[in-house]
Write a protein that binds this ligand. Structure first.
Ligand SMILES: Cc1cc2nc3c(=O)[nH]c(=O)nc-3n(C[C@H](O)[C@H](O)[C@H](O)COP(=O)(O)O)c2cc1C
Length: 465
């Protein structure tokens, strides 16, 4: 199939849907219809079109903008990748429309072998986008604008190819450029052959995308179009719709402020040397992201780490424990505080102004340590400013639960998430934790840090409900 040029699209689109659009627009809200020669512009009353009508080859209708939206209408940008499951995404558009969610569709070039732009356009009642270098599209809605025109970006089916491009920040076509340029949450519904799914490269890309904050639904296990059986079937359209509605909802933590600390602290010895620890910040960053997903207003205070903070959290970078405490106190009041940071218990008593010199024959210098402020205990005893729920993390290498229970009593916090850090937890992708509250202990199996984060965020939402 050869792709249409921008103008062919504009004309076909306008021809097919012009009268329908006008009737609909006029029925659904106050409208202003402007005729300029043969071009017609439809805008919501009071708005002016962002750009003048693009001249088109027929001299007829080329520009229809600002279809009226019902108040509060939500919109997803649906990227359909080139897999057999693409047909299911047409059903998804219909299900979303029934749920009051509008879809704007990008079809990859490969996807057009499986579904037609005409069908996607008819179901979404909108223009379908495909080409990155399309002058008409760029005149009407630039690719950057397109990437931000929705409340959520959904990739279904997410092919192995689209996952690989997004994981590596490639931007060679409209779909991947959109994924790189968007400032919105991305949900992917992977679909591929079982061997493609289990391939180390795909699993690497999946981990990378999860760490970048991409949400996933599926894939499911079952019989595949290729005749094989296993994990790789795209989640059912109803399951994808539910995941979309969850992500679009305001969330149970809307209006709640939550403070999260993460990463290590760095305590200087002299201008070039410091005392620190191996915390990567992954667990704390994932918790900040999961809380933001549930609608919380999150402040994330972190020591130096090598990962990017979640886009929707207010981020405060600090180095020392004392700086972290000051940033936490400045972030109060908060409804909940989750102290995940591995705060150095001690700091060198005096951070020397000049580098300690190695003198020939001189004895090795000793470092005199003094105690750092206890951030968890300070927040737990903050009087009227104490968050309603204070959660600490206890990184232990032995007697994990007993030590965690003692920590609740000693620090005055409400919950402890205890993890055994004797293995590869620090810096690793997974965590095995126990949630210890005053009522008991819930042991969670080993799972991805993002999964731990989602479970903990759900517990916090339930506690604050
Ligand atoms: C019949 C057929 C079915 C395919 N199904 C899938 C699929 O389910 N998942 C997938 O990742 N790739 C699938 N592919 C391969 C993709 O179409 C191919 O990687 C393409 O480059 C993806 O482009 P896109 O990611 O831009 O949509 C299929 C190819 C063919 C010919």
């Amino acid at each position: 199939m050869t792709a249409k040029t921008g103008n062919e699209w504009a004309v076909a689109d306008a021809k097919n849907r012009f009268s329908e659009l006008i009737t609909k627009a006029l029925k659904e809200g106050p409208q202003r219809v402007v005729r300029r020669g043969e071009a017609v512009i439809v805008t919501a009353e009071g708005e002016t079109p962002a750009r003048p009508p693009a001249p088109g080859p027929t001299g007829r209708v080329e520009y229809v903008e600002h279809q009226p939206q019902p108040a509060g209408a939500r919109r997803v940008l649906l990227i359909i990748g080139g897999g057999i499951a693409a047909y299911k995404s047409l059903e998804l558009i219909r299900l979303l429309s029934k749920a009051g969610v509008k879809s704007r569709v990008i079809l990859t070039e490969a996807a057009q072998h499986f579904v037609t732009p005409l069908t996607a356009g008819a179901l979404s009642e909108d223009k379908v986008y495909s080409a990155l270098f399309d002058l008409t599209d760029e005149a009407e809605m630039g690719h950057i604008e397109l990437s931000r025109s929705a409340d959520l970006v959904v990739v279904a089916p997410a092919t192995a190819d689209l996952m690989a491009k997004a994981a590596n920040g490639l931007a060679g076509d409209l779909a991947s450029t959109t994924l790189l340029a968007t400032d919105k949450k991305v949900l992917m519904a992977p679909a591929m052959n079982v061997r493609m799914w289990h391939h180390a490269a795909t699993q690497r890309n999946l981990a990378r995308l999860r760490a970048d904050g991409v949400a996933f639904v599926g894939p499911d296990e079952g019989a595949m179009a290729c005749g094989e059986f296993g994990v790789g079937r795209m989640a059912e359209p109803t399951a994808i719709r539910d995941a979309i509605l969850r992500l679009l909802s305001d969330g149970p933590l809307k209006g709640r402020r939550v403070l999260v600390t993460a990463g290590p602290t760095v305590e200087p010895i002299d201008p070039v040397r410091f005392v620190s620890n191996r915390s990567s910040g992954k667990q704390g960053f994932a918790i900040a992201e999961a809380l933001a997903d549930l609608g919380a207003e999150v402040t994330l205070v972190s020591g130096p780490v090598a990962i990017a903070p979640p886009a929707r959290a207010t981020f405060k970078a600090v180095e020392t424990a004392r700086e972290m405490l000051a940033a936490c106190e400045a972030a109060l009041p908060a409804d909940a505080a989750v102290c995940v940071a591995a705060v150095a218990d001690w700091r060198p008593r005096a951070a020397l102004k000049d580098k300690i010199k190695k003198e020939k024959g001189a004895a090795a210098p000793s470092i005199d340590l003094e105690e750092n402020p206890d951030i968890l205990a300070t927040l737990s005893k903050a009087g009227a400013r104490r968050p309603m729920l204070v959660v600490g993390f206890a990184a232990e290498t032995s007697n994990v639960e007993a030590n965690a229970k003692a920590k609740i009593a000693r620090k005055g916090c409400d919950w402890i998430v205890a993890n055994d850090v004797s293995g590869d937890v620090m810096g690793g992708a997974e965590n095995e934790v126990a949630l210890i509250t005053r009522d008991g202990v819930a042991r969670w199996p080993r799972m991805a840090k993002e999964e731990v984060a989602r479970k903990l965020a759900a517990e916090i939402a339930a506690a604050l409900a």
